[in-house]
Design a protein around this ligand. Structure first.
Ligand SMILES: CC(C)(COP(=O)(O)OP(=O)(O)OC[C@H]1O[C@@H](n2cnc3c(N)ncnc32)[C@H](O)[C@@H]1OP(=O)(O)O)[C@@H](O)C(=O)NCCC(=O)NCCS
Length: 186
């Protein structure tokens, strides 16, 4: 069955070729791209090519990046996307998140990332979730701290973007931390 998750305000669904224009628009915003791996503007052809790669399967599979879309249920508007890759060992996963600039400041990314973390830990039995972020990306760091991630260290000059190298902060969350002291029935 194709991946899909619902939260109070959002639907997380699998990306399709129809999302290409929206993805290109989101990634072409220089402020959205500032701390990310791509350089704005981001063409429709780049978006189409990325979508081909991330839709090879219909749910997150081990060793490959997937990119579910975040849709606001109220009006069907796409507010952004998530990135997820379950590691080769099946025990760890890395996540990312990107919202259109107009959607920032509403808690959508936190709500979507929380649902993804919950899916990874409860449904996919992942032991550890990792997220990497640029030291300048304070919105991303606040989001991770809200979800209970711990800043575990900073990799020096490990992230290359064009001609520049940046430090990369490592955040981690363990399944027992997510489930809480009682094992988290919720
Ligand atoms: C990273 C990114 C997704 C964070 O977006 P965001 O809007 O700050 O995150 P959320 O959607 O979770 O919203 C949280 C903010 O909304 C506020 N908010 C308003 N209503 C809220 C609600 N109902 N629930 C939770 N938070 C709410 C929070 O107070 C918080 O603001 P604060 O951090 O200033 O306190 C966004 O900056 C982005 O897309 N950046 C570009 C891509 C990027 O860099 N991604 C990260 C790569 S590591």
């Amino acid at each position: 069955m194709t991946f899909s998750l619902e939260t109070e305000r959002l639907l997380l669904r699998w990306m399709t070729s129809d999302d290409a224009a929206d993805l290109a628009e989101r990634r072409s915003d220089p402020l959205v791209a500032q701390y990310q791996s791509w350089i704005a503007p981001y063409s429709l052809a780049q978006a189409q090519s990325l979508i081909e790669t991330v839709t090879a399967h219909d749910e997150p599979v081990i060793g490959e990046w997937a990119q579910p879309v975040i849709v606001r249920r109220e009006d069907g508007q796409t507010v952004g996307d998530l990135a997820v890759r379950i590691g080769e060992d099946g025990h760890s996963a890395e996540i990312g998140y990107t919202l259109h600039r107009w959607a920032w400041g509403n808690g959508y990314a936190t709500e979507a990332a929380a649902a993804l973390v919950d899916y990874l830990i409860r449904d996919r039995h992942v032991h550890r979730v990792t997220a990497m972020t640029d030291p300048g990306n304070s919105a991303s760091q606040r989001l991770l701290e809200r979800l209970g991630f711990t800043h575990e260290g900073t990799l020096r000059e490990s992230f290359t973007k064009g001609e520049e190298t940046h430090d990369d902060m490592v955040f981690g969350l363990l399944d027992r931390e997510w489930r809480g002291p009682g094992g988290g029935a919720a």
